[in-house]
Ligand binder design. Structure first.
Ligand code: URA
Length: 279
């Protein structure tokens, strides 16, 4: 049915119904029946070169080849293993970014507009890991650019730091969950495989985990942010690196609960002190 033929109040009710169900953005002019599309291929097996074919000249030697395996369902634990293996083979942040952008094993990618990889300075002394891109981040393809990102910038500006010079910012998820729903554990585990490698390659002096979801996922704990925040812990990575890590409140939580800003300020002071101690 042509929706424009509906009376105005019915259209308004339809719009409200969409928003209530998490559909808060239009991403195309034409509706796409995704149930009618063929299932996505999680990992592309490389095609075998013809026998005796001359070796092709590599365009870019650095990028590891994709894993050779038949497609697997999008909730399969195998995808976590694939993500770990792909991430492990990346030796630079640029390779990792390319691998994340090419990865088809996370269901969130199907509904997101953009892959949101990182912002700030790769190699900066402080790396901030948040939860997931929201609508603004999805639209612009950069983490923490909406209202909570602006608060994050103001918090670090109070210490004389900026994302242009002192911070490297990312999330545990590279794609926006539709309607900002809570990401499933499978989605988190898949993206986390890349994020852990991201931390190894960025080699920050300090890691800041913004919010309970990021803290629980990265530290692999069930403790809540109320207990975790403000306490230094050491993140041990697969390559043997150990990073001093501070879980703190998510800026979105601070916007809802301004009284908690006092505790956040104490966390920021501790981060500043630690950084000065580390030189
Ligand atoms: N919240 C997050 O955790 N990350 C973003 O990038 C934006 C909002």
């Amino acid at each position: 049915m042509d929706a424009t033929a509906l009376p105005h109040e019915d259209l308004a009710a339809l719009l409200k119904w969409y928003v209530d169900h998490g559909l808060d953005e239009t991403i195309g002019e034409e509706a796409v029946d995704r149930f009618a599309l063929p299932p996505p291929v999680a990992v592309t097996p490389p095609s075998a070169p013809p026998r005796n074919a001359a070796a092709p000249t590599p365009i870019r030697a650095a990028m590891p080849p994709p894993l050779a395996r038949a497609p697997v369902p999008l909730e399969s634990p195998q995808l976590v293993e694939d993500a770990r293996e792909i991430a492990r083979r990346c030796t630079t942040i640029a390779e990792l970014e390319e691998a994340v952008r090419a990865f088809e094993g996370c269901a969130l990618k199907r509904t997101a507009k953009n892959t949101v990889f990182a912002d700030g300075v790769a190699g900066a002394p402080i790396m901030v890991v948040g939860e997931a891109p929201g609508a603004d981040e999805d639209r612009l393809g950069k983490p923490f650019v909406g209202v909570s990102g602006q608060l994050l910038d103001r918090m670090f500006a109070a210490l004389g730091m900026s994302r242009e010079r002192d911070l490297y910012i990312t999330n545990i998820l590279f794609w926006r969950p539709p309607g900002n729903r809570t990401p499933t554990l499978a989605e988190q585990s898949i993206c986390l495989a890349f994020t852990r490698r991201h931390i190894e390659l960025a080699r920050p002096k300090l890691l800041v985990l913004a919010g309970g979801t990021a803290a629980k996922a990265v530290l692999d704990t069930t403790e809540g942010i109320m207990r975790l925040r403000g306490k230094w812990t050491t993140l041990k990575l697969d390559d043997g690196t150990e990073v001093p890590t501070m879980p703190t409140f998510h800026p979105a939580f601070l916007l809802r609960t301004p009284a908690s800003k006092r505790q956040s300020w104490l966390d920021l002071l501790a981060i500043d002190k630690k950084l000065k101690e580390l030189g």
